[in-house]
Design a protein around this ligand. Structure first.
Ligand code: GDP
Ligand code: MG
Length: 598
């Protein structure tokens, strides 16, 4: 039967180790895309992915492989992101597969996300096929990396294929290994339909498109289906596969990975992790689904134009379909008006959501500085969770503030251990342990406040280790900390969206730096603007933005017309991303100053 010829697999790796490039070669070798259509990192079809050179979304394609045994195999390949913020995408892809190709860069060896992703695959009992990539580079050390895979992960890598995804060297052997090593799916075709929704997207023409993996039964257009968790029913309008463009099929059967549409209008009822079955012949038990994601950071998203609030809600709902980890609820800020408090898995995730909202849904946003969730014990014995610094209760009511800590794992060559420890210590890290991976590399583990990781930690880490360190972290526990809320006053008015929480010890220094930055960022006006930072009624830092005297517009009107047009255009764009608070115009960058301090 056809099922025996199916192979479902994901490609996992640390960021930049070559997953997307390997996917390109596989698409090419199997002639899934024509020479004319071929471009680098083809599956990264979001503009944002292409510009940044990173994979953000999982992507599933079907391809046909003519095996050396003369049999035609059906491959479902899922490319996955490597960044820690998107490991949720990875775990969802893996649940649709029987195997995973583990790509390790021969010049870098195992990195933090190599481990994180391989553990996800092992949790799902997937067959793991290690390949050593970039062997075309002179600094490649494939033997050393194989040994590392054995020592650190504990899987035999002696037969790992040495490839160059760039030149295509030995990629043909990877295809054969997929056939030989990754098991075909099982699951009865005559049984009731049981399919996992592992992704979804909103399409203006087709409505909601669900990506599904069938574990039992079949599905075709006209079937009445139900989503078991959300308890909603629909009629299937189309089933098919992406190859990589959508191709309609007569049916999908157990073992297949594909898509289905069913004129689903209510997008808020569709959730990844749900189980699809048939209304008149349902499966008994829903699939286990996915664990709920807990956002790590929160920030306020406000439309620059207050009238666009409902547009923003609709955009967030559509985006959430395609990004299950995104959370949001309405909130009001005195300074910014109506907006949403949104939960993200990390800063990159936040960045990506903001950009996707602006590019794909055309809403202009002001984003406030991210914050973690604090647990606040009140004198009244009550405990409240605070996701927005502006909502921190008055200090007189507070008995203690607890903040989330993470277990941070930093993988780094020996010579940078000192630098890493210094950085972690400066960020209130508590040393846990240090393991030698081999004679040259160390795994350094710290307990760190999550808030300290958010504030520029990764860039600092990269800078102090010449780019060699890799980082992974997981939430561990809440700990009591000596924290205070700092308010920012502009022209005497408190701007709630600029409030932030800081460790007592760093509050003054951070405040001084923030008022100094705000002075640079906020444009001068025709009156003097005092900027103050305060803890309660006590002012801890202050400066003034002087009133302007020069006529700035006069300068713009000189010079060549091209340059003038550009300047005006730039001003106009800058203008959009501003909010007037009282009499003061605050640009977007002001809300992020908290992030840029040391
Ligand atoms: P991903 O983040 O794992 O998807 O990595 P990409 O496929 O985007 O590759 C990251 C970078 O490594 C790109 O600049 C690729 O061109 C490069 N790269 C990937 N495979 C190879 C290889 O085999 N040899 C060399 N020299 N470069 C490679
Ligand atoms: Mg990629």
């Amino acid at each position: 039967v056809r099922q025996k010829r199916i192979r479902n697999f994901a490609i996992v790796a640390h960021i930049d180790h070559g997953k997307s490039t390997l996917a390109d070669r596989i698409l090419e070798l199997t002639e899934t895309v024509s020479k004319r259509e071929m471009k680098n990192q083809l599956l990264d079809n979001m503009d944002l992915e292409r510009e940044r050179g990173i994979t953000i979304k999982l992507n599933a394609v079907e391809l046909t492989y003519h095996g050396q045994d003369g049999v035609d195999y059906v491959f479902h390949l899922i490319d996955t992101p490597g960044h820690v913020d998107f490991s949720y995408e990875v775990s969802r892809s893996l649940a649709a597969c029987e195997g995973a190709i583990l790509v390790v860069d021969a010049t870098q060896g195992i990195q933090a996300q190599t481990l994180a992703n391989v553990y996800l695959a092992l949790d799902d009992d997937l067959e793991i096929l290690p390949v050593i990539n970039k062997v075309d580079l002179p600094s490649a050390e494939p033997e050393k990396v194989k040994q590392e895979i054995k020592d650190v992960i504990g899987i035999d890598a002696s037969e790992a294929i040495e490839i160059s995804a760039k030149t295509g060297l030995h990629v043909d052997q990877v295809l054969e290994a997929i056939v030989a090593r990754i098991p075909a799916p099982t699951g009865r075709i005559e049984a009731p339909l049981k399919a996992l929704v592992f992704d979804s997207i909103y399409d203006d023409y087709r409505g909601v498109v669900l990506s599904v993996r069938l574990f039992a039964g079949t599905v075709q257009a006209g079937d009445r289906i139900s989503l078991m968790n959300s308890k909603t029913e629909y009629e299937v309008t189309e089933v098919g596969v992406n190859s990589p463009h959508p191709i309609a099929r007569d049916y999908l059967m157990a073992g297949d990975v594909g898509y289905l549409t069913a004129s689903i209008k209510d997008i808020t009822k569709t959730r990844v992790g749900d189980t699809v079955t048939k209304v008149n012949n349902p499966t008994e038990q829903a699939l286990p689904g996915y664990r709920e994601m807990i956002p790590m950071v929160y920030a306020g998203l406000y439309p620059t134009d207050n009238a666009k609030f409902e547009d923003l809600r609709e955009a967030l709902e559509k985006l959430k379909l395609n990004d299950a980890a995104l959370e949001f609820e309405p909130e009001v800020s005195e300074a910014l008006g109506f907006g949403f408090r949104c939960g993200f898995l990390g800063l990159l995730h936040m960045d990506v959501v903001q950009e996707r909202l602006e590019r794909e849904f055309y809403v202009d946003l002001i984003t406030t500085a991210p914050s973690v969730t604090y647990r606040v014990e009140l004198n009244s014995d009550e405990t409240v969770e605070v996701e927005n610094p502006a909502e921190m209760p008055d200090a007189s009511q507070i008995r203690a503030i607890l903040e989330p800590y993470v277990k941070a794992t930093v993988m780094v060559p020996n010579e940078y251990v000192g630098a890493v420890m210094k950085l972690c210590q400066a960020r209130r890290g508590q040393f846990v342990t240090m393991d030698y991976l081999d004679s040259t590399r160390v795994n350094v583990i710290y307990q760190m406040p999550l808030s300290e990781i958010i504030f520029n930690f990764f860039n600092k880490l990269k800078a102090s280790t010449r780019g060699y360190a890799s980082l992974d972290y997981e939430v561990s526990e809440y700990q009591k900390s000596d924290l205070v809320k700092v308010d920012i006053l502009l022209n005497g008015d408190q701007v709630d969206a600029l409030s932030f929480i800081s460790h007592h010890q760093f509050a003054e220094e951070r405040s001084r730096e923030i008022v100094r930055k705000l002075k640079e960022i906020i444009p001068r006006q025709n009156f003097e603007i005092p900027i103050q930072a305060a803890i309660g009624a006590k002012i801890i830092a202050r400066t003034n933005i002087k009133a302007y005297r020069k006529d700035v517009t006069a300068r713009i009107h000189t010079g060549d017309p091209d340059r003038r047009a550009k300047l005006l255009e730039k001003q106009k764009r800058g203008k959009k991303r501003m909010k007037s608070v009282g009499k003061v115009e605050i640009p977007q960058a002001a809300f992020m100053t908290v992030l840029q301090t040391d």
